[in-house]
Write a protein that binds this ligand. Sequence first.
Ligand code: Q46
Ligand code: ZN
Ligand code: ZN
Length: 330
Amino acid sequence: MRGIRGSLCSRCGNPAATYLRYAKLNLCREHFLDYILDRVETAVRRYRMIKPGSRILAAVSGGKDSSTMLLTLSKLLAKLEFDLAALHIDLGIDGYSSEARSIAEEVCRIAGIRCMVVRLEDMIGLNIPKLARRVRRPPCSVCGAVKRYLLNLAGVEAGVDAVALGHHLDDLAVYILKNFLLQNLEDIRKLGPKTEGYDGFVVGRIRPLYEVYERDTALYVNLAGIPYQSVECPLHSIGMEGSIRAFLDSMEENSPGFKIAFLRSIARSIDKYPQPRDEVNRCSICGMPSQGDVCSFCRMTERVLGKPMGLDVRMKVRDIISRIVSVKSG
Ligand code: Q46
Ligand code: ZN
Ligand code: ZN
């Protein structure tokens, strides 16, 4: 446990488990868990992520961030009156994915939330390492595209109002600043706390951890006694994000709370960033978002397998969802 030895919780006077510099608070275990739950609830309300009656599909990876998101959302079900189910995508990465899957399923069981699993190899006969080799692109770029496609597809097929993503404040700050430096301004708009879905083929996205630090998600799962995957994906590569993260960390070190202020300003000005022009057409094969006539997933699978797989995948995902009879309601 972190925290200054001998410090007492600012709320109850019991021994503190941690000190939060950005909030100038010493907190014991119970008050830390309550504090993070409160931060999530405040962000969900502030950015109007969930309305009463909303149906939300949470993407769970087995990592600490999405587990924190799932646990906190599950504790808000009754209060905010929404429905929640979870989706795990099994990417088939050796030494990583099987553990990720069993932990994700365990966390869903603990949270009392139904979990559907979409196994990429069952969908297209290839896992991420094989697909990336055949496409000759970096694994993370292929993996990111596949996850985005499957999440949107599952969200559309499940008829949910939004997919909930476990992106925390530290990662979002890095992505936003990177896109600003590269002047990919349309991509900044996609990184806000909430993006709207449209026309029944683009599902909305929400980020309940928009104002939660990565350090706090690690502490949350630790103090809550929740299992989480500690090994990093063996295909992970850092690239330019590493330097941007180091810069943002030094800003935070000198001025605690800097990243929160940065993300709040972005959320306030998000409408000033240009509207993404991509993904406004429907793929003529699978009906999912596409820049042109055929979506990138159908084009990619056609190139490596000789057949665009979007429609087949859609039918398989529909079948998985039909077996999830209902979702837990508040
Ligand atoms: S799982 Fe996939 Fe990540 Fe592994 S291949 Fe890269 S994107 S690092 S979150
Ligand atoms: Zn306390
Ligand atoms: Zn398609």
